[in-house]
Write a protein that binds this ligand. Structure first.
Ligand code: ATP
Length: 347
């Protein structure tokens, strides 16, 4: 076992970002996760320091360390700024968006037994942004699919499934209409599946798949989707377990990975000590598991598992922030999680 610290970039972000990322750092420290943070800025926090909305040094630091925990960032509207998230995705080629969605104790939701990982292709499809006005009153938007991008997201999804012991990958598609683009996505997924015979694989036309999802989400294990479908369905899945406030996320590429909560900067409650830090704590836990896998550091997996047990316990005891119907503030909930970390497991 190595005792060396792993460097990771911390982007506190804007609005509630510094409060919730600060809470996550405290939890990781209390769990003895060997992370050394390098603080960098993006969004309004960067502009206030006379830097661009996504400073070069922030991108470089993520390239160098390979990993970042990011708070929500504000991109000013109407002044030609490209969103921080879109820039990060493009600059670092973060092609896989991962969103694990599961029920948490005492978090009100319509369904129980939900445990789904949504994998979304992040780089092409209709989000390629190729739009044209072909004649007055007639506009087109081009959906792009390449064999390279379809194959690598499928390979990523099956590799994830194999490593995490997931049972089934389901692709949602519309290949009955979009025969070439969605057809290619399916062909690539089928080809990759041949290398993973132990993992079940199936395909559903997206409209039927969405109906099944809201009838019985517990029937699904992993979903693999192209960009637009993934964007829509991952929010739908978040809604199945209580909303964006309790769902973590990651954008992952070959060399770098950026972990962040799904919610935004929540300016209405920023700076008031009310924000729920859970989604960022969960994102930081995903980061630890990712580092355990990619750097072969098993102690990080143990730290992640202690943190997950601790927040599950806090929630099970009815300790919740206001957005989940409780009374605790950010600091109180964070302390409640830390108090339930227990002793580190031997080994
Ligand atoms: P942005 O423009 O950055 O997306 P927003 O306010 O439009 O910000 P969210 O930040 O996602 O979108 O917030 C939507 C609502 O959910 C707000 O009322 C906010 O207070 C609440 N909210 C979001 N995140 C949290 C959180 N972590 N804890 C408590 N409430 C939250």
């Amino acid at each position: 076992m190595s005792d060396a610290f792993i460097e990771a970039v911390l982007i506190p972000g804007d609005g509630i970002g510094p409060e919730v990322t600060g809470a996550a750092c405290r939890v990781l420290q209390a769990a003895a996760a060997p992370i050394r943070w390098i603080e960098c800025h993006a969004g309004l926090a960067a502009l206030e320091r006379n830097l661009p909305v996504l400073p070069e040094q922030t991108v470089e630091a993520i390239r160098r360390t390979g990993v970042a925990l990011k708070g929500p960032c504000t991109t000013p509207v109407g002044e030609g700024f490209v969103s921080v998230n879109v820039q990060l995705r493009k600059r670092l080629d973060l092609y896989a968006a991962v969103r694990p969605v599961r029920n948490l104790p005492n978090v009100p939701s319509r369904f129980q037994g939900v445990d789904i990982v949504v994998i979304r292709e992040n780089t092409e499809g209709l989000y390629s942004g190729i739009e044209n006005e072909v004649a007055p009153g007639v506009v087109t938007s081009l959906k792009v699919a390449t064999e390279r991008a379809c194959s690598r997201i499928a390979a990523w999804a099956f590799r994830y499934a194999a490593r995490r012991g997931r049972r089934r990958v389901t692709v949602f598609h519309k290949a009955n209409i979009l025969k070439l683009t969605d057809g290619l996505f399916l062909r690539c997924a089928r080809a990759v599946h041949e290398r993973y015979p132990e993992i079940a694989y199936d395909e559903m036309i997206i409209d039927a798949g969405c109906m099944k999802l809201v009838q019985d989400p517990s029937a699904f294990d992993m979903l693999l989707l192209e960009n637009l479908y993934g964007d829509v369905v991952s929010d739908l899945c978040a809604g199945l377990v209580g909303g964006l406030g309790v769902v973590p996320g990651a954008n992952i590429g070959e060399d770098c990975a950026v972990f962040e909560a799904v919610h935004g900067t929540a300016p209405d409650i920023a700076g008031r000590g009310l924000a729920n830090p859970l989604a960022v704590i969960m994102s930081a836990t995903m980061m630890l598991n990712h580092l355990a896998e990619t750097r072969g550091r098993e102690e990080l997996r143990r730290a992640a598992s202690r943190i997950r047990t601790a927040y599950d316990r806090a929630l099970a005891e009815g300790l919740r922030t206001r957005d989940l119907g409780g009374t605790l503030g950010t600091a109180e909930f964070t302390e409640a999680v830390i108090a339930r970390l227990g002793e580190p497991a031997a080994g």
